[in-house]
Design a protein. Structure first.
Length: 126
């Protein structure tokens, strides 16, 4: 399992809203996303590299999604992404747990979260 915990200079509502809107997600990461804030809706991110479905949403607190990239083999099961948002002094503590990734790809995804999401998010929310 991949686990990251970071603090972002934004309130949970801003992060939740950006993550679950096509425009916000695209601006936050710098890559095209088609996403909504409805349970059961499918989404794509990073110009179609990532695809999944919104499984559980607790407004401004938690996002649970199925998640796979174009690098997953056809017979690989979807992985599961859980994002929790907690307001702290100075912003929001974001905890990301990414489970059930293909074992041979886990290291790439671990560093990819930092490079492709957290670094751009820190800049976006400054």
């Amino acid at each position: 399992m991949i686990k990251h915990k970071i603090t972002i200079s934004a309130i949970p509502e801003q992060i939740y809203s950006a993550w679950l809107s096509s425009d916000g997600h695209s601006k936050m990461t710098g890559a095209t996303a088609e996403i909504s804030d409805k349970i059961g809706d499918i989404f794509t991110a990073w110009d179609g590299y990532i695809a999944g479905e919104n499984l559980e949403l607790i407004k401004n607190k938690k996002i649970v999604q199925s998640w796979r990239t174009s690098e997953f083999a056809d017979d690989d099961l979807d992985s599961k992404l859980t994002i929790t948002l907690k307001e702290v002094n100075g912003g929001t503590e974001l905890t990301l747990e990414h489970s059930d990734t293909p074992p041979d790809q886990e290291d790439a995804y671990r560093s990819g979260w930092q490079e492709n999401y957290f670094d751009p998010m820190q800049d976006f929310f400054q």
